[in-house]
Design a binder for this molecule. Structure first.
Ligand code: ASP
Length: 432
């Protein structure tokens, strides 16, 4: 049994949907569960729709709604003959959303968000399920609200593992049992979405579809999860930022967690935990080149230091905190500082202390940062730089560091056996 996950970029237009069907057809042996995200940038568009609806901007709501609906119908027109039943399914999905948007919103923004934004995954999986059937590929569409059972923490829902495991086993395994005579039965469901005990739709946080694939694999103890992407596999740096990137053919779960922690965006950080628990390998492959090897993440760590990995985080704040009474930065001050960070909901990316100061680097946030600074200012003297960068290099031994840091002014650096990090700002040109 395998779990395949296709993200937004892999289903961004009709041609891509055809490619996904081809991959499923050619590469699946045995039982397959397919997890799919919303098409292209639909989730972003639905977020805008939620904002327009919540602020009761009716014209904007209608405009965004129409363009999202048209986008999906346009794709369907290229996939199906006129009058195909897929058009009724799409119409129905948008009909429900249309009438939902005509009612005034409730007070809970996150609840409304999940109700509206989940439309992207629902309609995307409906189109793909119809397209697979249309091409003779036996499949069953599953509503993820009945598979991934969560609490009511809308927009960032937490999994109820026991109920989820039971629901997935009951529904998906009985589908496979019923279709035991089929050589390739396919179960298809939405990524990113769950449901409360009462049946209200929830979401698991942006980019949450990888996590869904891992949860399903965990519940069914699948043989592997494959995430299909527009890159050849896991790369040692973001190709949009760094010129020469290399494919990491095989890294350990631990290395992947470290990379995600330092800010590599290729895998949703929550994804690995359920896979580690059941020792399920995670593959990352290219949907442009399905025959390519891609990358594999598993228990093996012998190749972890084969290549250095580079991670760049921009838009950072470097804050230095000084006790007003010149007391040492010791336990009491530290616990006070940490609790202010926790209260503001800010995650620390790097920290360092001396006797009289504590320096912290974290992501700038228009809302959270001013709250933190205001609260800390009451007790401490502060100095800070905004708009700085955090560069992290894992396995830095063979890296030409002076080349990497050329033209940067180092504000802080930290090093351990595997990882080197710098907070830097671009050096101003010297004018004579
Ligand atoms: N569609 C959702 C997003 O864009 C979830 C996902 O793609 O993983 O964040």
């Amino acid at each position: 049994m395998k779990v395949y996950k296709f993200g937004g970029a892999s289903v961004k237009d009709a041609q891509s949907v055809k490619n996904v069907a081809k991959i499923i057809n050619q590469h699946a042996e045995g039982q397959l569960i397919v997890v799919v995200s919303a098409m292209g940038k639909t989730t972003n568009a639905l977020e805008k729709l939620t904002e327009a609806y919540f602020s009761q901007n009716n014209n904007e709501t209608d405009d965004i709604f129409n363009s999202i609906k048209e986008f999906h119908i346009g794709i369907a027109r290229e996939l199906f003959p006129e009058n195909h039943v897929a058009f009724n399914t799409i119409e129905q999905r948008f009909y429900h959303l249309y009438y939902y948007l005509k009612e005034p919103p409730g007070k809970n923004y996150n609840f409304e968000y999940d109700r509206i934004v989940s439309t992207g995954e629902f309609v995307s999986t409906e189109i793909i399920s119809h397209y697979l059937s249309f091409n003779g590929m036996k499949n069953q569409w599953f509503d993820a609200t009945g598979l991934i059972i969560t609490d009511a923490n809308y927009r960032d829902a937490n999994i109820d593992w026991l109920k989820t495991e039971n629901a997935i086993k009951n529904r998906i395994l009985s589908f496979f049992k019923k279709n035991a005579s089929e050589s390739n039965p396919i179960a298809i469901t939405q990524g990113f979405i769950g449901g409360t005990n009462q049946g209200f739709v929830t979401t698991l946080g942006r980019e949450g579809s990888d996590y869904t694939a891992a949860i399903i694999a965990y519940a069914l103890k699948a043989g592997e999860v494959v995430i299909w992407k527009d890159v050849p596999g896991l790369l040692n740096a973001d190709p949009k930022v760094f010129e020469k990137t290399r494919l990491l053919e095989n890294i350990s779960y631990q290395e992947a967690i470290e990379l995600a922690y330092y800010g590599a965006t290729v895998i949703h950080p929550k994804t690995l935990k359920p896979l580690i628990k059941k020792n399920i390998p995670l593959k990352v492959k290219s949907f442009f080149n399905p025959a390519g090897e891609g990358s594999i993440i598993n228990q093996e760590f012998i190749n972890d230091n084969q290549y250095p990995s580079y991670i760049l985080k921009t838009n950072q704040v470097l804050l230095s905190i000084f006790p007003k009474d010149f007391s040492f930065i010791a336990e009491q001050n530290l616990s006070r500082i940490f609790s202010e960070f926790a209260r503001a909901g800010i995650k620390i990316n790097l920290m360092q202390n001396s006797a009289l100061s504590f320096s912290v680097c974290f992501d700038e946030d228009k809302i959270k940062t001013p709250v933190l600074l205001k609260n800390l200012e009451k007790i401490y003297n502060l100095k800070y730089n905004k708009g700085v960068e955090l560069i992290t290099v894992r396995h830095y031994e063979k890296v030409n560091l002076s080349e990497l840091l050329e033209g940067k002014e180092i504000l802080m650096e930290q090093k351990n056996r595997t990882t080197f990090q710098w907070v830097v700002k671009k050096r101003q040109p010297v004018i004579n």
